[in-house]
Design a protein around this ligand. Structure first.
Ligand SMILES: [Cu+2]
Length: 125
């Protein structure tokens, strides 16, 4: 490989790397936002709502940005389904953002210690 082809190859690689770094950000910017909440404190409440505040029951497959608000040290918010298994942590409290790609199927959310009563699900088509 000559110096010229090496440089060209490196430049192409750098361009690809730059594109790869930018693409996920672009995808996230257009991703619909959802709100996941659990708590507060000993309140046995768990919700997953869309940007308008409506309960999530069905979604289109694709990328979503989930704003998670865990305001309890005895509950967690776990979302699981095809390709996704996210957990806010039982003892942990705080806000986090999950960038997820939802695929066709059924997703469930649950508070692990109280799975019998704190749960929900939605379908993705
Ligand atoms: Cu709980």
């Amino acid at each position: 490989m000559t110096l010229r082809t090496t440089l060209r190859f490196t430049a192409a690689g750098a361009a690809l790397a730059a594109a790869a770094a930018i693409l996920p950000l672009t995808a996230q910017a257009g991703a619909p936002m959802l709100n996941a909440a659990v708590g507060p404190d000993s309140n046995f409440k768990m919700t997953l709502t869309d940007a308008k505040g409506g309960k999530v029951t069905s979604l289109r497959a694709g990328a979503y940005m989930i704003m998670v608000s865990d305001t309890s040290a005895i509950h967690n918010f776990r979302l699981s389904g095809p390709g996704v298994n996210k957990d806010s942590g039982v003892s942990a409290k705080g806000k986090s953002t999950w960038n997820v790609t939802l695929k066709k199927g059924t997703y469930k959310f649950v508070c692990d210690p109280h799975a019998a009563i704190m749960k929900g699900s939605f379908t993705v088509s």
